[in-house]
Design a protein around this ligand. Structure first.
Ligand SMILES: [Zn+2]
Length: 109
């Protein structure tokens, strides 16, 4: 355990008092810890994040992963590139089924 010293403005101090009274019987350390944990989960978790796309020439008919539209063999579509990262959209495992996106869907992101 470590004692930290930091400065908060009055509205934040009031909020901290209010929340700690309401949920943690006045324990401000516990309140700050809970607030940080909640922030961390909203910031995202470790997993696989799509960092880009590579082009693929379809050698068979494929459905777009996002919109489900069927695209015929010979079309140029896009395959996501996954990297380890932190994001609210991070997925735990790279899916082992085929993952192809059409250009319309990747432009929406
Ligand atoms: Zn699509």
């Amino acid at each position: 355990m470590k004692r930290l010293n930091f400065t908060l403005d009055n509205p934040t101090v009031e909020l901290l008092n209010e929340l700690s009274e309401k949920y943690y019987s006045g324990n401000k350390s516990q309140t700050v810890r809970a607030a940080l944990e909640s922030l961390a989960t909203h910031q995202g978790h470790d997993g696989w994040v799509i960092t880009g796309y590579t082009q693929v020439m379809l050698d068979h008919d494929v459905q777009c992963h996002s919109c489900g539209l069927e695209h015929p063999e010979g079309r140029m579509l896009f395959k996501p590139v996954f990297e380890r990262g932190k994001s609210p959209e991070a997925i735990l495992n790279i899916p082992d089924e085929e993952w192809i996106e059409c250009s319309k869907c990747i432009e929406k992101v």
